[in-house]
Design a protein around this ligand. Sequence first.
Ligand SMILES: [Zn+2]
Ligand SMILES: [Zn+2]
Ligand SMILES: [Zn+2]
Length: 725
Amino acid sequence: MNKALHIHVTGIVQGVGFRPWVWKTATELHLTGSVRNGFDGVRIELYGDHIEQFLERLRSGPPPLSKINSIQTLETEFQALEDFRILESDPGGEALQQISPDISVCDDCRRELFDCGDRRFRYPFINCVNCGPRFSIIENLPYDRPQTSMREFNMCPDCAAEYSNPSDRRYHAQPIACPVCGPAVSPENWQQEWKQSIKAGKIIAEKGVGGFHLACDALNPAAVSKLRKRKGREAKPFALMVPDLEWVRSVCEVSPDEEKLLASRERPIVLLRLKGGFQTLENIAPGLSTLGIMLPYTPMHDIMFDLFPHPVVMTSANYTAEPMIHTNAAAREKLEGIADLFLTHNREIVNRCDDPVCAVYGGQTVVLRPGRGTAPVSFPFPSDETILAFGADMKNTFALAHHGQITLHPYIGDLENPEAQQILERAIGRELECFNVDPTLIMHDLHPDYFSTRMAETFAARREVPAIGIQHHHAHLAGALLEHGLHGPAIGFAFDGTGYGTDGTIWGGEAMLFSAREFSRELYLRPFALPGGDAAVKSPRRVADALLYQLDPARVAGSIAVQLIESGINCPMTSSVGRLFDAVSCLLGICEKPTFDGEAAMRLEAVADRTETGDLQFGIREKEIDWRPLIADLLDEKEKGVGAEILSARFHNTLAEMVYLCGRKLAEKHGDLPWVFSGGVFQNRLLVERIQRVVGSEFRLCFSSYPNDSGIALGQALIGVKNGH
Ligand SMILES: [Zn+2]
Ligand SMILES: [Zn+2]
Ligand SMILES: [Zn+2]
């Protein structure tokens, strides 16, 4: 019997070897017809007897890099054809496709890379349809070579033959290249230079996939100190790149889940717990118990480790808070005096992209910085409306929803920095152009002074579309709903550093009853003053004094904090749990003057004795979670000589207990709802694990995979659509 079926597949189905896979499968099953890329996914026409088997294989084993969102089928008229063909892309219409992130070098390519008989032997830009650059080289969609920065390189006859042969693993691999026709590293003798320089303790600027790195020998403390000094980076931890998993195991505790994540094709930086007593790595992550480690992800890295099989510091090349450098010219200009050697190449980076930072907490992967490999990333979205969400100012990323999906862009940076502001503007422009869409609704943070807010308002005014401000923590929690495929109602915990509240104070210790539509602030941390506003965010001492002032003003009489509080000038009130961490870190003598954002809290977590089960007192009165008994208790114990390791652990245990009691209270009132967690404080692994332990399986716990502000845009967009604008 002759059957005929039209199939429409959406998702990440272009530039990932999808059409050759269809061609091969259809041909094997003796089906005729065609496959072609369109702006709305891939369309397949199939004629023959084994269509069911084809669908079965499509559902159970599609090409490894593809990510299918939907498969729609429609029976059609049978046509007698000779064979199965791959047709040209279908131009026109609106783009519904997704942009694939950059993919680490695959095993097949790595094998060829070190095969001296292969024509790509030790060629640093080897790639195939299953690996290589994507997002970082794309200028426009559909994803075809002329729309990428590979346009500059004319394929040699050998590459062209592979590119056009459907049975070759480089069929339509858009970045296909070889030493004859492709990009090249400069200087030409870079391998020799690399080996000599890294061994000699020099700092090397290396152009990678999404931007420049600064590298040095991680086992050479003098080189590491030199890098810190030249980069103006006092204590902020450096990420390491190590040759293989063996090295990771020798330095850190690593679970099977973490190993899987390290070796995944995204190859993120994974935050791992340092093994005790690994002295050689001093000055890499001073005072911390964790280390960010990644495995090599480009062919160039593989060659580098073949020449020098030791751990290497691999840090984004920039100066202090500036965004990662991605052009050769900027590298030469800005890294002069920092780098001793420059390894550049002539493949232009169109879209800069930092290394992603991930961790595994209680079995769940958490993305602390969405970047190369992990972003852009798309989620199903409950509306076809085109919505642009600007996110927040810290750790900015934006999100674009259209055609029933939402795409989260890679990490942009902190918008305090003018360069990051420009990058955001350009990245939004490019993404709108790529997808060929016009937003009808603009979302932003409620904070009136955020750059992202002003930019969103200007953008909306220019296009005459509405712009809506969303409360920071409602957006945090709604983002988590979207990730978990929920709509609410739910009980939400937003423990955070800073977020503008609807009452004009700074929130960050909220327990909410909320949905994607609305929220009510049910319980919150007892407010305290932030003496000097932003200055207090950088000074745990001031926050600690503000807390002590509420306990016993005499104790801190005359301090700067008290003078500010009593004058009432620039002393906003806050309910921030993030600041409570800072204050406790300071009171325990762990960190008084942080040199980077989050340092006080990270070091407090680092010292905690994980075997300690005791806790501290606190109170819940009406809507207020009272921290005063906690601080009093902490100081008493400290006076009795109890150590910071024990008190830090008790502080974490107390917060977990606080969550449990607040959640129980809300559950009694509102019923058995899921508990949702988001906000920067939940980057704290110990706290997350303690909450999981205390609550157990009594309630459903949903932790956000994007706990810091990089997930805010997702929530903003979801609230936008649910409010029916
Ligand atoms: Zn490959
Ligand atoms: Zn070639
Ligand atoms: Zn936040």
